[in-house]
Design a protein. Structure first.
Length: 103
């Protein structure tokens, strides 16, 4: 799975910060009571709700590899629609393109 250009740059140019960030991410994941697929779908929902589409493709492919269907991914993207409105719609084409990739 490929990461966004911004995240790749972060990892390369600020390795100490990136390492600290990844350690925190790992710890939060380890502390979660959610199974991995559900956690990925929830994270996709958060990314879409915040308008942060740069990480969507990576997490869609991760969710897909964990057995998430295209409809589950789209449901996650659109979950925030009542709370945050149309900002989540911008994530739909990004998620669909990532899901439909070969792999």
């Amino acid at each position: 799975m490929s990461v966004s250009t911004a995240f790749s740059s972060f990892m390369k140019e600020a390795p100490a910060h990136a390492g600290a960030w990844m350690q925190m991410v790992s710890g939060v994941g380890d502390a979660s009571a959610l199974d991995k697929k559900t956690a990925e779908l929830a994270y996709i929902a958060v990314l879409a709700a915040t308008g942060n589409t740069s990480g969507i493709a990576f997490h869609v492919l991760s969710a897909k590899s964990l057995g998430a269907s295209k409809q589950e991914v789209l449901s996650a993207v659109l979950l925030g629609l009542p709370a945050v409105g149309a900002v989540v719609i911008g994530a739909v084409p990004v998620a669909v393109e990532a899901y439909d990739q070969q792999g």
